[in-house]
Design a protein around this ligand. Structure first.
Ligand SMILES: [Zn+2]
Length: 186
């Protein structure tokens, strides 16, 4: 196992990026941070985000005031996009969405809670989600880094485990996160 970046609370004031709870817990199946993925060459990579499952068109909101950085016109597939936003002392990358045209450029100011896009179609997948990555950096660019430099996450070394910050954001926005199915059955 590679070194998992620590689950760190860089800030506690973030808002949840959806106005509805995700459809399933991001602690299970392939949705949690560090979950194992296999690419077409059977190489292992690790999931650099938490996945907030939602229906196509579910609106996505900025977690804090910020300024846009890198926009990716095709992120996971050719149909979905990503935008990195600098939120003060950290960067959040909102992925697998359709980014609002206004935020498809770097250097655009964003207000906390402002609509930045919507969950998009994911080709080759039956599900749709906000794939949410967090970085301890004030440089919201070049976040995808191929091996060997990018390690098993294939990301910049400033990647952090977003789990606690996303859970805190849900509390801040009064969103009740679905419990893992395994716990629900007890
Ligand atoms: Zn994901």
């Amino acid at each position: 196992m590679s070194n998992l970046p620590p689950d760190r609370m860089i800030r506690t004031d973030l808002l949840f990026p959806l106005q509805v709870p995700p459809l399933k817990s991001f602690h299970e199946e392939a949705r949690f941070f560090g979950a194992t993925r296999h690419d077409s060459h059977r190489n292992v990579r690790l999931h650099a985000a938490v996945d907030l499952l939602g229906t196509i068109g579910t609106k996505v909101y900025a977690m804090a005031d910020g300024i846009t950085g890198e926009f990716a016109p095709s992120f996971y597939t050719k149909k979905d996009q990503a935008v990195a936003i600098l939120h003060g002392n950290m960067t959040v990358r909102y992925c697998e969405i359709k980014v609002h045209p206004k935020f498809q450029y770097a250097g655009v100011m964003v207000k906390a809670g402002e609509e930045i896009g919507a969950i998009s179609v994911l080709a080759e997948s039956n599900s749709s989600m906000l794939h949410l990555e967090m970085y301890d950096t004030i440089t919201p660019y070049h976040l995808t880094v191929y091996p060997p430099a990018g390690g098993q996450f294939r990301r910049a070394g400033t990647l952090v485990n977003p789990t606690s910050m996303v859970e805190q954001a849900a509390r801040n926005s009064c969103i009740s996160l679905p419990p893992p199915a395994a716990k629900q059955r007890k």
